[in-house]
Design a protein around this ligand. Structure first.
Ligand code: ADP
Ligand code: MG
Length: 252
C-alpha cells in the first residue's frame, strides 16, 4: 500500500527540543472511521504527537499525511500558509482547557470560524450553530457566555465549535482531564456519539474505561516511543510489555 491509502499516516516522526528527543521514530496509520486512543505517562510525547498532525508542533523529521496529502510538506512561506490553513480546517481539535473566546456567546464561538474561513452568511452560520449545539446538548444555552457555563458545558461547546467546520478528523487532548469527575460523563457521551457516527478520532486520554469502550485501538507511549499497540481487549487485558503492565497497574 502506498502512503495515500491510509487516512492518517505518520511516518518516522521525530521531534527534538534542543538535545531532548521527544518523539523517536514514531509511525502510525489511522484508517477512515477508526478511533485510536493514546495513553501513557505525562511527558511521554502524546500532546507533541497530536499537535504534529496539523503541524502546530512541526516535526524535526518524518512525514504526516492526511487523506492523501502531506501536511508537513516544505513549501515557500506564503504557499505553506495557504496549504496549512486548508489542512487545519479539516482537523478539529479539543484541548484540556476549553479555549472558548470569553467575550463571545456559545453561538458566536461556533459561528465565527465558518463565517470567517468558509464565508458562510450569518443566517447559514446560525443554523449550523443551532445544529451543532443541539448535537452536544447545548441548544438551550446557545446565547450564554462561557463564564456562565460549567466546565463540561464549555467543553461541549468547544466540541460543537470544532464540528461546525465539518472536520474529517477530530483530535482530543485530555478533553476531560480538567473537569470535575461528575462532569466527565457528559463530555464522554458526546465523544461516544461521534464514535457511533464513525467520525475518525485520535483521543489522548487517562480514562482507560472510556478508551476500552469507545476505541478500536490503543497506543501506549512512553518516552517518545510507541511501546505497544493493539485492540483495547489485548492492550488492557494482556499487555505484552513490562512498561505497559506497570503503567496499567497504576491507572486501571
Ligand atoms: P505528554 O502530552 O505525553 O504529557 P508532551 O508531548 O507534552 O507529553 O511533552 C513531551 C516532552 O516534551 C516533555 O518532556 C516536555 O517537557 C517536552 N516539551 C514539550 N513542549 C516543549 C517545548 N515547547 N519546549 C521544550 N520541551 C518541550
Ligand atoms: Mg499532554
Amino acid at each position: 500500500m502506498s502512503d495515500k491509502d491510509h487516512f492518517v499516516e505518520i511516518r518516522h516522526a521525530q521531534k527534538s527540543y534542543g538535545s531532548l528527543e521527544v518523539l523517536k521514530d514514531i509511525s502510525l496509520n489511522v484508517e477512515r472511521g477508526q478511533i485510536v486512543a493514546i495513553i501513557g505517562p505525562s511527558g511521554s510525547g502524546k500532546s507533541t504527537l497530536l499537535r504534529a498532525i496539523n503541524d502546530l508542533d512541526p516535526l524535526t523529521g518524518g512525514e504526516v499525511w492526511l487523506d492523501g496529502v502531506q501536511v508537513n510538506k516544505s513549501l515557500p512561506h506564503r504557499q505553506y500558509e495557504k496549504h496549512i490553513n486548508e489542512m487545519r480546517q479539516q482537523v478539529g481539535m479539543v484541548f484540556q482547557h476549553f479555549n472558548l473566546f470569553p467575550h463571545m456567546t456559545a453561538r458566536e464561538n461556533v459561528t465565527m470560524a465558518p463565517m470567517l474561513l468558509k464565508g458562510l452568511s450569518k443566517a447559514e452560520a446560525d443554523k449550523l450553530a443551532e445544529e451543532q449545539l443541539d448535537k452536544v446538548g447545548m441548544l438551550d444555552r446557545i446565547d450564554y457566555y462561557p463564564s456562565r457555563l460549567s466546565g463540561g458545558q464549555k467543553q461541549r461547546v468547544a466540541i460543537a465549535r470544532a464540528l461546525a467546520m465539518k472536520p474529517k478528523l477530530m483530535l482530543f487532548d485530555e478533553a476531560t482531564s480538567a473537569l470535575d469527575p461528575e462532569l466527565v460523563d457528559e463530555v464522554n457521551m458526546v465523544m461516544k456519539k461521534l464514535a457511533e457516527e464513525h467520525m475518525t478520532m485520535i483521543i489522548v486520554t487517562h480514562e482507560m474505561d472510556f478508551a476500552a469502550s469507545v476505541c478500536d485501538r490503543v497506543l501506549f507511549m512512553d518516552q517518545g516511543v510507541v511501546v505497544e499497540e493493539g485492540p483495547p481487549s489485548v492492550v488492557f487485558k494482556n499487555p505484552t510489555k513490562d512498561r505497559t503492565r506497570e503503567f496499567l497497574r497504576k491507572h486501571l
